[in-house]
Design a protein around this ligand. Sequence first.
Ligand code: E4P
Length: 222
Amino acid sequence: MKFFVDTADLDEIRDLASTGLLDGVTTNPSLVAKSGAKSFIDLIAQICELVEGPVSAEVAATDYQTMLKEGQKLAKIAKNVAIKVPLTPDGLKVCKQLSDAGTMVNVTLCFSSSQAILAAKAGATFVSPFVGRLDDISTDGMQLIRDIVQIYKQYPAFKTEVLVASIRHPMHLVEAARVGAHVSTIPPKVIRQLYSHPLTDSGLATFVSDWKKTGQTILNAA
Ligand code: E4P
C-alpha cells in the first residue's frame, strides 16, 4: 500500500519524507488555508521538490471552464502534480479532459460506489472516498472502501487507484490495507501513531539496560 501524507505543512512533509516511507502528498483548500501559505503555486512547487510521488493540488473553482484552466495551470508546476477535482458532473468532465492529456487526476469528495464507478470511467488516476466523514454521520466508511475495491477488481480496464481519505486513526489504515486499497492518505499525527506499541517501548528499555550490563560497545569492538 502506498502512503501519502494529508497535509500542506512543509515542515511536516520534510520530516516525514526523511523516513523514506512517503509515497506522495495530498492537500485540499482547508489544509492550504491552515498552512498559512501566501502563494498556493509556490507551496505546491516546494512540496513537489520534497516528494517524488504524486502531490495533489485541488482546483478552487466549481465550473467546468475555470476548473479546467486552473487544472492546466497547476499541472505545469511539476511533473508529479495530481490535479484534484470534486466529484461533480463538471469535475468529472475536467477529469476526463486532463487524464486524456496525460495529467494525473485525483477525484475527491467521493461518498458512494456509484460515484467511484463514474470516476473510474472518467479516467481518474485516484478516487478519494472519505471514510472519516462517513463515520461521522453514522455510516460505515470502510464498507465503502470494501465495495469500491471489489467493484474495481471486476473491471481490469479500470486503472483508477482507491485512495482512502479522511483517515482519523490507525485502524482506518489497517482495515484499508486489509481490503487491498491502493493508497491511504494519512494525517501526520496518525502516521506517527502507526509506530507506537507499549511492548516495543518496554522491550527496548529492557534490551538497552541489559546491554549496558555487558560493558561492550559494538562500534568500538575489534
Ligand atoms: C484528502 O485528500 C482529503 O481532502 C482529506 O483526507 C479529508 O480529510 P478530513 O475529512 O479529515 O478533512
